[in-house]
Design a protein around this ligand. Sequence first.
Ligand code: ZN
Ligand code: ZN
Length: 358
Amino acid sequence: MPNARVRQLRAVMAESALQALLVTHLSNVRYLSGFTGSSCALLVTHDRSILFTDGRYRTQANEEVEHARVVIGKKAPSIQAADWINGRTPGPLALGIEAEHLTVFSRSALRKALPSRVEIRPTASMIEHLRMIKDAAELASIRKAVQLGSNLFKHVVKAIRPGVKELEVAAELEYQARRAGAEAMSFETIIAAGKRSALPHGRASAARVGRGFVVCDFGVILAGYCSDMTRTVYVGNPSSASRNFYQAVLDAQQAALASVRAGISTGEVDEAARKLLKKRGLANFFTHSTGHGVGLEIHEAPRVAAGQKEILKPGMVITIEPGAYVPGKWGVRIEDMVAVTERGCEILTSTGKELVTI
Ligand code: ZN
Ligand code: ZN
């Protein structure tokens, strides 16, 4: 519940000697208050939580917002918050801002609107840090989003055939996603066929599917929570070299999955995948990190990458998505979403991983 979340945030604010925090990143506002509008600022003090928005959102804010007072005004929401501080608080005050999310322009407008007794202090990832651990309600929402995503894979397989455009496959997938209840895709669908499968972020293009691997990386948003999965299929009859290449990536993915449990670092998970690909001589072709946190945003903390020291804790939700890409030739990636548990992890993505041939 937002209430418990705000309480946790206040404890962190107290540690940083902040009397107030101006929350402007939309996902963070949603996390703390439930509000899903796109013009808002949430001011959290040691005893108050006030959501500032404008008249367009009056009805929506009153319906959605929990554990915060709603104030409707005409000025920009962060300036409304500054005015509130101006009128309601006496004496010196340290106001935290979300440095990663506030523009230089907004910061200077805020400075002008605030009295000099208010010190503006940039903060980083304060709420993002809390968001790493999902509560029971969030885990339930994420399971539903991932299930919806997993169920779409059969439509992708049906749509892929020699000669079809990558964009047509993406269109069919996205149409089916909407029909199944998705609010939106969680990122631009990747359908990368043939040589394009070697592009780790090969967004669906007008290129036509031919013989070879097709990397399909997609996700949906359901009740605000994102899903993210990748499967790589093969059009035609795979050679044993193709099968071995696929198997190497699958083995790396399984090794990383097997390493996940509370208490180890995300860097160690990355290492588990990397070690396996190194053994097969493919280390240089694994050009990205092993995974990332997922929740209200498609990429959020923690990073699952080489050298990362963040320790996994129960309730974290991350992707495990090693890949190998030989430029100009082919690429394979396999991605599941998992929830970290005390002794291991719950694999949320339910789609099989044996190489599907079309
Ligand atoms: Zn993905
Ligand atoms: Zn991902």
